[in-house]
Design a protein around this ligand. Sequence first.
Ligand SMILES: Nc1ncnc2c1ncn2[C@@H]1O[C@H](COP(=O)(O)OP(=O)(O)OP(=O)(O)O)[C@@H](O)[C@H]1O
Length: 244
Amino acid sequence: MNQISPLIAAPAVTQPAVSVRGLSRRFGNGPRVLNQLNLDIAQGEFVALLGRSGSGKSTLLRTLSGLDPVTEGHISCPQEISVVFQESRLLPWKKVWQNVTLGRNDTPRDQARHVLEEVGLAHRIDAWPLTLSGGEAQRAALARALIREPKFLMLDEPFAALDALTRLRMQDLVSALWQRHKSAVLLVTHDVDEALLLADRAVVLEAGRIRAELPIPLPRPRRHADPVFVRLRATLLEHLGVHE
Ligand SMILES: Nc1ncnc2c1ncn2[C@@H]1O[C@H](COP(=O)(O)OP(=O)(O)OP(=O)(O)O)[C@@H](O)[C@H]1O
């Protein structure tokens, strides 16, 4: 019998936080919107998902979040997940803190205050959603996601509707929150710079399949002017079929 030398340590195998295998999805008799898709997201990894309109990004997120059923393939995903959408989806008849604790009847107001402090919105704890700016509403949506302490956070173009300056502030906020909480993150974005500022890896979807994966091995905080950033930007745009 072969003896395994104790000096040779087995490589550490860590289970990915999210694992997608052979995932396909079609609507009615239409073509496959997701086509035998495979994707792993490591624990604590920040992945940006890019792709042209109609490539299947939102369908993948909906399936991962359990909003759409898995009809073909397999998904392994933590139970503790949160999703933030492009629009905040706050209930206008509930105050900010009540929106944050929505569906968690036993969650005290103080806990809402704590997460609202984290996103810089504690001063609007008793505000009505319709009185919030777009950036504030997305902060509230982030707080509502964070209070669940998700192991997997999905962000579906969360800043697309915000002005450029607010968007930059929100990107900084998400980066800080992720570095503190270190949950696995999947961010859908059309913004190549956003992907490069935030993510560990960019994944490009095309016709329901992964066309390219690009690791982003840059230290944080990241700078647009960094030559590596500029090079990665060109590569990512090329993968997206955009030639500058
Ligand atoms: N409920 C539905 N019924 C029929 N077709 C659908 C449905 N939802 C999505 N599709 C189709 O699936 C394809 C992928 O849509 P999806 O919304 O996932 O793309 P996307 O990459 O998120 O696009 P965008 O960047 O424009 O948001 C599109 O062709 C869309 O028309």
